[in-house]
Structures are given as structure tokens and as C-alpha cells.
Design a protein. Structure first.
Length: 535
């Protein structure tokens, strides 16, 4: 049996594992749902013990389904959401929850409890903010840490370790406390291009405590992604995974970045010509460039945070799949149509996509289904390019219709809204020298060909599908392949293990013209929303 590698992906709602060979072929995969606690619109919490249990079960089942012997597994890579894990000095969970539940020790990426702290940090204008697009987000870790210090001081003081979730998983697997250059650069203000933390930033914002002992609590050792950690799997982790002790484990990636690694280097292509668009619960955009570019409202530039040696500009939408799901729930007959879809064995989005196919001869003609509807789907704020967590969703063009046609139109308008948001990110990046010509889309919310065509039309750019059905898992497996010695560099693994699938081009003529006009309306609605908040 040839060597195989395991990729582990921990998203917002589930932990997944996949087994891949050296050519990037998926041999088996498994999934376990993770408990998510939502106490109000701005709170999202999880348990690291629950996450770890789900990871272990997923890995064991994926190996079983792949049919490969454990002796063939030569490396493991991890990715996860950029959520904050808090452990005590004894490495046991510390609750970050006002519920008092001891097991709830993760502040999830989408938790916006630290919006006020982010505003105050931004008002100070420290120079490290230049490397997060000029404005730090409440989704990042230093605002969350400041919230914890101000609101749960005993927990903050007692904490021995603050981990990004990816780094928690690699520590749990190996005992190695090294942090990935991806996690700490993108979410913690580590200056990767200078290989250092900036102590003055932490002192200025009120987190000087974290600079002690060489930043030990947040990461005194930072390593490139794909670096083999410790001595591989510890005996305890190997037993939990059903694998051999000392199986190599790689320094990991944030989940969206794993999707980028799993797509943009396909078949030796130039990663700087392709933007990765990971379309799941949220949507992340990642563009690589050979020189650093400061793009207002777009996070970065981050050096070597995704592709070694390249600068990363990271944007996206705080809610994407989740925004569409929320949008559909607003329809007066949502429950009835959801039941109808489930009776036919479909999810509501899949049911609506089927309805689109019966109504138009080509996907681009779905534009005719929206009538005057324009949706700004910013129900969880605007991540990029405005870095405005207080932005709200806007729907224009509603009438009294509550039939299935009106729900289909609302769905299509919501997808167009995400496409216009993608276009805004592309436009501002081009204005600052970051110019991809193709967007490679991954993630479950963007899997259907109709979605890809609608996004291509709305954003006016070529959309490509990845060759793999599981590009995020594949990206993590590539890390394991590098740590296990199958490839000398991550770039080699990207070229050998990934491919591109079908491409979708913007439809020229009247469709392009109509979207350009609708995009103007979309921007006007955003402006109106900002004006409304001011008054």
C-alpha cells in the first residue's frame, strides 16, 4: 500500500477527517457534529474537549472507511476556525462563558462580544494595525483577550495558555506548544515578515501581561506551516486516533487557508493569479502576491501565512452560507417550503436550486427571477472591504407575494448580494496591486454549479471549481505530506496533489450590463445603511 496522509478540518459546526494518497485522491472521510452554544446574537462558544472527541472519532472512522492499514499513514495535518481556546496552567479548560459552564472554554471566531474592545484598539492606531488592513476585527484574538481580561479577570489571570484552535489541536496531538505562522500572523498580530511580536502593541492596548516570559502564554515559538512538530503523535493521541505513535504531525492552518492551499497551486499554476474563495458558514477570500500590498479593509499583508514566501491579503464576508440561511427564514412561508423540500429528500437550498433549473434555460438567466429584489446580506457585519462589524443586512424590493417564486427570487438575490460583496473586495485589491484573474471556490455553500455561475456573473470574474470534492481537507493533508517527508516543500505538495475542475465565466452582454447597474444599487443601499446608523 502506498503512503497516505490525513487531513483534519474543524469548522464551525463539525470536525471532519479525510485520508488522501500522494496524488490527492480522497480514499475515505468521516464527520462528527460539534456542539455550538449561542447565547444571543453576539455570543458563540464551544468546548475543546467536545472538539477533540469529535476529531478523534472522525479520524478513526475515516481510516476505517479508507481501507488502508495504519502503517500507511505517514503524516497528519490540521486546520480549524480561528477560535480562541483558553486553558489553565494545568492545561485544563477554563470557562469563558457567563453561563458558568466549565466545559465552554472556546470563544468561537464568529463571537462578537469584543466589538467595543476592537473599537478602542482601533482608536489607538498602533502601527501593527497596518498589517490587518488598518482595522482590527472583533473576530481576531487580541480584542477577545482584552474582553476576557476586562470582564472575567480571574479566568484571564489563571490562564496558562491561550491557543488558536488549530494550535490547540496540534499541541493536543504532540505536546508541542509551537504556534503556526498562519494562526498568529493572521489573528494575533504577530509580524511574520520580521519574525517577532511587537510588545509595544500589547502594552498600549492593556495586554502587557502577555509579553512576559517571551510571550509564553500566546506563543514563544512560531514555526512555518507544514513543520513537523515534536516527536509526532504522543502515545495518548495515537491511541485516540487508532494510529501509530510518532506519526508525523504538521503545524497547521486556519480552515479557510487550508482551502486556499488545497486549490490555488493546482497543476503548478501561479498562486498569485488565483484567489481562494472559501464559501461556507462565512466566506473567506485569500489572494497571494509576490510583493506586499496594503489594502484598506482587507486583512494583511501577511507574509508566508498561507503560501511560503508570498504575501497574503485576506478578506471575506462574516456571513455567507449562514446569511443565506437567515435570509430564507425571513420569508413568510419558510416553514412550509422547508417541509416540502425535506419530504422530497432535499435541503431547502438544494430544493430552490432545483426550482431555478425548472424556471430558466441557463443559470445566468436566473437574473430574471429576482425582479426588483436587491439584498445586502451583511447580517453579521461587513468583514471586507469596510471592516464594519456593525453593518446590517438590507433587503430592497419586497412586495406582498409569498409564493414559491418569491422565495426563489429572494434566494437568488441573496447569492447575487454575496457576489457583489466579492466584487467589492476584488475591486479594492486591484486598486492596490493585487490582481487575481480567477477565483477558485470551495466550501459546501458554493458547491452547486448554479451558485458558481451566479457568483461569476455578479462579481464579473471567472470562477473555477477545485478538482477535489474536499479541498479544505486536502490542504490539511498536504501539510501532513510535507511533515511526513513525501514532499520537500508545501508548493510541491500543492502542485502534485491538487487540480482544477470546471470553470464558469461571466455571461457577456445584457447580463453583464444588468449586474453592473444592480451593483450600483447594492452600493447605494450600503451607503444608506451607514447613513441610517449615523442618524
Amino acid at each position: 500500500m502506498n503512503d497516505v496522509f490525513i487531513g483534519v478540518d474543524v469548522g464551525t459546526g463539525s470536525a471532519r477527517a479525510g485520508v488522501f494518497d500522494c496524488a490527492g485522491q480522497l480514499l475515505g472521510s468521516a464527520k462528527r457534529d460539534i456542539q455550538l452554544y449561542r447565547d444571543g446574537a453576539h455570543i458563540a462558544e464551544q468546548s475543546s474537549e467536545d472538539v477533540w472527541t469529535c476529531v478523534c472519532e472522525s479520524v478513526r472512522q475515516a481510516i476505517t472507511l479508507s481501507g488502508v492499514p495504519v502503517t500507511s499513514v505517514k503524516g497528519i495535518g490540521f486546520d480549524a476556525t480561528c477560535s480562541l481556546v483558553v486553558l489553565g496552567k494545568d492545561a485544563k479548560p477554563l470557562s469563558i462563558s457567563e453561563s458558568g459552564d466549565v466545559s465552554r472554554n472556546i470563544i468561537v471566531w464568529m463571537d462578537h462580544r469584543a466589538t467595543d474592545q476592537a473599537d478602542r484598539i482601533n482608536a489607538l492606531g498602533h502601527q501593527v494595525l497596518d498589517y490587518v488592513g488598518g482595522t482590527i476585527s472583533p473576530e481576531m484574538q487580541t480584542p477577545k483577550l482584552l474582553w476576557l481580561k476586562e470582564n472575567m479577570r480571574p479566568v484571564f489571570n489563571e490562564a496558562g495558555y491561550f491557543f488558536d484552535l488549530t494550535d490547540y489541536l496540534t499541541w493536543r496531538a504532540t505536546g508541542d506548544k509551537s504556534r503556526s505562522i498562519c494562526t498568529v500572523t493572521c489573528k494575533w498580530t504577530y509580524l511574520a515578515h520580521e519574525k517577532r511580536w511587537d510588545a509595544s502593541y500589547f502594552d498600549q492596548i492593556g495586554l502587557g501581561d502577555l509579553t512576559q516570559n517571551g510571550f509564553e502564554r500566546i506563543g514563544s515559538k512560531v514555526v512555518p506551516t507544514g513543520t513537523a512538530l515534536g516527536q509526532g503523535l504522543t502515545s495518548q493521541a495515537a491511541l485516540a486516533f487508532g494510529l501509530n505513535i510518532a506519526t508525523p504531525v504538521a503545524a497547521g492552518l486556519i480552515d479557510a487557508h487550508a482551502g486556499g492551499v488545497g486549490t490555488i497551486g493546482a497543476a503548478g499554476g501561479d498562486p498569485s493569479s488565483r484567489m481562494a474563495y472559501v464559501f461556507g458558514t462565512s466566506a473567506c477570500t485569500m489572494s497571494s502576491s509576490k510583493t506586499k500590498a496594503f489594502v484598506p479593509g482587507v486583512w494583511g499583508p501577511y507574509h508566508s501565512a498561507m503560501v511560503p514566501g508570498l504575501w497574503l491579503s485576506e478578506g471575506g464576508q462574516s456571513a455567507a452560507g449562514e446569511a443565506i440561511a437567515h435570509l430564507l427564514k425571513l420569508h413568510p412561508r419558510y416553514d412550509a417550503f422547508k417541509i416540502e423540500a425535506e419530504e422530497g429528500g432535499q435541503s431547502l437550498p438544494d430544493f430552490l436550486l432545483t426550482q431555478i433549473e425548472t424556471r430558466v434555460s441557463a443559470p445566468s438567466d436566473a437574473l430574471s427571477l429576482v425582479n426588483q429584489l436587491v439584498v445586502v446580506p451583511e447580517f453579521l457585519g461587513n468583514r471586507a472591504p469596510f471592516a464594519d462589524p456593525k453593518a446590517c443586512g438590507i433587503i430592497s424590493g419586497l412586495d406582498l407575494n409569498d409564493d414559491l417564486d418569491s422565495l426563489v427570487g429572494l434566494y437568488v438575490a441573496g447569492v447575487f448580494g454575496l457576489g457583489y460583496g466579492l466584487k467589492q473586495i476584488l475591486d479594492v485589491q486591484r486598486a492596490h496591486g493585487v490582481c487575481p484573474d480567477t477565483v477558485v471556490i470551495s466550501g459546501g455553500a458554493g458547491a452547486h454549479p448554479i451558485i458558481k455561475q451566479l457568483l461569476a456573473d455578479a462579481a464579473n470574474i471567472t470562477i473555477a471549481a477545485p478538482g477535489s470534492t474536499e479541498p479544505v481537507l486536502l490542504g490539511s493533508a498536504m501539510l501532513g505530506a510535507v511533515a511526513g517527508g513525501a514532499f520537500d516543500t508545501l508548493e510541491q505538495a500543492m502542485s502534485a496533489m491538487s487540480s482544477l475542475g470546471e470553470t464558469f465565466h461571466p455571461t457577456p452582454g445584457p447580463i453583464t450590463t444588468a449586474h453592473a447597474k444592480r451593483f450600483e444599487v447594492f452600493q447605494a443601499l450600503q451607503s444608506a445603511g451607514r447613513l441610517l446608523r449615523e442618524v
